[in-house]
Design a protein around this ligand. Sequence first.
Ligand code: SF4
Length: 386
Amino acid sequence: MNLTQVIKKQARSLGFSLVGVTGCDPVPHVEVFQAWLAQGRCGEMAYLNSERSRQMRAHPGLLLPGCRSILVLATRYLTPSPLHLGAGPNHQLHGRIAAYAWGEDYHEVLPGRLRALVEYIEGQVGHAVPNRCYTDTGPILERELAQRAGLGWIGKNTSLISPSGGSYYLLAEVLLGLELEPDPPVVADRCGTCQRCVAACPTACILPDRTLDARRCISYLTIELKGSIPPELRTTIQGWVFGCDVCQQVCPWNRFAAGEESPLFDHRLADSSPDLLTELGLSNVAFNRKYRHSPLSRTKRRGYLRNISVALGNLRDNGAVPALTEVIMHEPEALVRSHAAWALGRIRTQASEQALKQALDREADVLVISEIHSALESIVPNSNNR
Ligand code: SF4
């Protein structure tokens, strides 16, 4: 085996499911990314649009002076069961969490493995090798590099799809000041005439140029967006409380995908269908204890409880009124109170109307007051739920 083959073998033994090599040349199709930014489709993710970020993403060689090769690695994560849209599997007051977030935070898990791989490479060549490692953390167009390294193609749902393993992968890169043998890029588009992900997306955020309008994507709305979720998009989120898997669950390339899930994600930190009322009662301390090492920590408690409130509003179950009333009366975060008000307006019972009126008497935050007024206006007098 030559050096490249030996390194790939070691990468697999460290738990990376797919590994390929590409060069540091400018990334192809970068103009699509630039147009996406120019149209404002990145939402609040302004860090993507800085001059430095755009330059780095277009020219990966700028990330590491003397870069000669890029190792692109993919780790398979736990796979959700086939798509069932709507409420959770056992009980209607359960939400849904995207599969990549069920286990430990990959930002904590993967860097150690990347460091171990670099140490192995340095051991093989007998000297230090300039390197830079990324896993969803740097100004680098991961999927474009993965396609060029022969791992798969970028599907209409914007995921990197491996012909043998589907799309449930986390990507990582190691830039090296070391010449390795590049893999041939994947040039075939195996989506063909399929449009399943486009048709299934709950918010219609998938665009024809293989980008997403992030401002409508459930993953963005429930994770990246820090403030209020636009009212006109809340019902489209259905029961998702952290991320979304719909465009991957409907993809035929995931139906028969082969591949081992990484044992590093065996330790479950988040329930795939969490009990919404239990989660709504999480204190700051309890949230931090439960999700400290989970991707869910990214939203912080306030973002997560905002999402839980929206899911409860979408499920419209009377049984959620006492918990939502408790939130709207006593929750310190205005963001959470405002979304609980929306949820109470959606449930539309006498009890929810009463809770909204009581809260209005004591509420001081203008955003929450505005949400309560909107919720009260939405409650029609002859609702069937009364
Ligand atoms: Fe491509 Fe169809 Fe999969 Fe969408 S669902 S990514 S169109 S194969």
